[in-house]
Design a protein around this ligand. Structure first.
Ligand code: XMP
Length: 512
């Protein structure tokens, strides 16, 4: 059993980020909603608790709260923003709305830290933190002292080292806070006594053992999408049960250039049974004449289930269905006890229809970065582990309007050129996702004194932490110029290339 830290989620936009930062410090962490009963939290024997931020004010009626008993257990607690205010209020201090020009602070804020606090002891005495609050503590509970101040906020961080209670008004989990991760690490190591025992090597060994115990001599079926999650799940289950794993890869013809071959080659080194279903024509046929984005998605989703079910049936009796579900999916689907944001299903509710003995989800507690680390631990190649997110409906949502073989081929070529130039220009790792889109815009051009009337390709590249919000990547002009030059020269039918400079929101990352 690993040491555990619990983050209690008060609905803050950065709650998952707090959990990820804690895991990056090699400390296992779970995110639980504030409605989780205190007994349930204590039964997990956490070595520390973090109260997250949240959109409410502690003095509002029905504001989210916790059983104050959590603060009396001798378990270290770190309150962040709303969590800090709640701790102060629950212990008898006072929290007030800040006046218009006084302690309200949003964004980058210069802060002075006290070296007397274990959170800041090894850090520079001054730095920039990320503030986002309209309330602040005006009177501290007994035993508390101030350990950081800003120009407008006299209680930017507070502490009661005797009771191991700490509160910060700012957000150490966001990257705009200088040394924020070190502050979290200091809380974990210095205050909670964390040993940093959460490593992918241990996780890998334990997961393999657990899969073997569960599966016994049964057979496992896994739908491979070509994405990182299902690839890592496959490698892990292969290590556990080898030949008794069958992987089905449905090639819907909507993958990028060379992608299906890369995926197939990657699995040739494993013992598992790999079935590639070439269903390109089936999908194209179903998509004929369809222009509406949601309709495209529905068609692809249900055709995928149909092809997968047929293949699974033909592959023989299987006992378990494996899925590459990861922790953010579990949190979002409400299975961790939170609100349901979207119902997660990797393969469209297959288990109910096919009748497996059980489901195996070996990545259920991992964040994306950890899945990649586990993939590397398992020896998966970088082309798979470092893969960008790719939508399930594939290029169908990157060809605007009706999908045809000809358009898909054009897009594949343009996209491959963009990827090559991003690599060659050394910018590939500076964008979190980048791709080409075939728009349905045709415009006039001139090539070799001839008038052309051809299609426009849009290039999209974004920088983001979680894909919920994103900014367009500041790609050097040289890379854009070379990509554009090559696309119009090498891809017949394209005479114009544009670069998308919209953030999300208001745009989304994908076009459909
Ligand atoms: P949007 O377009 O919603 O994309 O801003 C955010 C991220 O999600 C990916 N995406 C999808 N992934 N199935 C997926 O598995 C989908 O239908 C889908 N649509 C978007 C997108 O590539 C981006 O990384």
């Amino acid at each position: 059993m690993n040491q555990l830290v619990i983050v209690i989620d008060f609905g803050g936009q950065y709650s998952q980020l707090i959990a990820r930062k804690i895991r990056e410090c090699h400390v296992y962490c779970e995110l639980l909603p504030w409605t989780t009963p205190a007994e349930q939290i204590l039964a997990k024997k956490p070595i520390g608790i973090v109260f997250s931020g949240g959109p409410s004010s502690v003095y509002e009626e029905n504001a989210p709260t916790v059983d104050p008993a959590l603060l009396r257990q001798g378990i270290p607690v770190l309150g962040i923003c709303y969590g800090c205010q709640l701790m102060v209020q629950l212990l008898g201090g006072r929290v007030m709305p800040a006046g218009q020009d006084s302690a309200r602070e949003f964004g980058r804020t210069k802060t002075r830290y006290s070296p007397d606090s274990p959170l800041f002891r090894d850090l520079p005495a001054e730095g920039v933190c990320w503030m986002s609050h309209g309330d602040y503590a005006t009177a501290l509970p007994e035993g508390f002292a101030v350990c950081a101040v800003t120009e407008h906020c006299p209680n930017a961080a507070v502490q009661d080292p005797q009771r191991k209670l700490y509160g910060v008004q700012f957000h150490p989990e966001v990257r705009h806070t200088e040394h924020g991760k070190e502050m979290i690490a200091a809380f974990l190591k210095e205050v909670c006594g964390a040993a940093g025992d959460w490593t992918m090597q241990d996780y890998c060994q334990r997961a393999v053992r657990e899969i073997r115990e569960k599966v016994g001599d049964g057979k496992v079926l896994l739908a491979l999408s070509g994405g990182v999650d299902s690839a890592v799940a496959a490698a892990l289950i292969d290590r556990a049960v080898g030949k008794r794993l069958t992987c089905v890869y449905v090639d819907h013809g909507l993958m990028r250039k060379g992608e299906s071959e890369e995926i197939e080659a990657c699995y040739s080194v494993y013992q598992l049974r790999f079935i590639r279903v070439n269903a390109q024509e089936r999908f194209l046929e179903k998509l004929k004449g369809v222009t509406e984005p949601e309709k495209k998605r529905q068609i692809i989703g249900s055709e995928f289930i149909r092809v997968f079910s047929e293949t699974a049936g033909a592959a023989g009796a299987m006992d378990y269905l494996a899925q590459g579900t990861i922790y953010p999916d579990v949190i979002e689907s409400g299975a961790a006890g939170g609100h349901t944001i979207k119902s997660h299903h990797n393969v469209g509710g297959l288990p109910k229809e096919i009748g497996f003995r059980g489901i195996i989800e070996p990545l259920r507690v991992l964040f994306k970065d950890e899945v990649r680390a586990l993939g590397r631990e398992l020896g998966l190649p970088e082309v798979i582990v470092g893969r960008q997110p790719f939508p399930g409906p594939g290029l169908a949502v990157r060809v605007i309007g009706e999908i045809t073989q000809e358009k898909l081929d054009l897009l594949r070529e343009a996209d491959a050129i963009f990827r090559e130039e991003m690599q060659r220009g050394g910018f590939a790792s500076s964008a979190d996702q980048y791709f080409a889109v075939l728009t349905n815009v045709e415009t006039v051009g001139v090539m070799g004194d001839q008038r052309t009337y051809q299609r426009t390709v849009a290039l999209r590249a974004v920088c983001t932490e979680d894909f919920m919000t994103a900014d367009f990547a500041r790609i050097p002009y040289e890379i854009l110029a070379e990509t554009s030059r090559r696309i119009v020269n090498e891809v017949p039918g394209i005479n114009r290339v544009v670069y998308d400079i919209t953030s999300k929101p208001p745009a989304t990352v994908e076009y459909e």
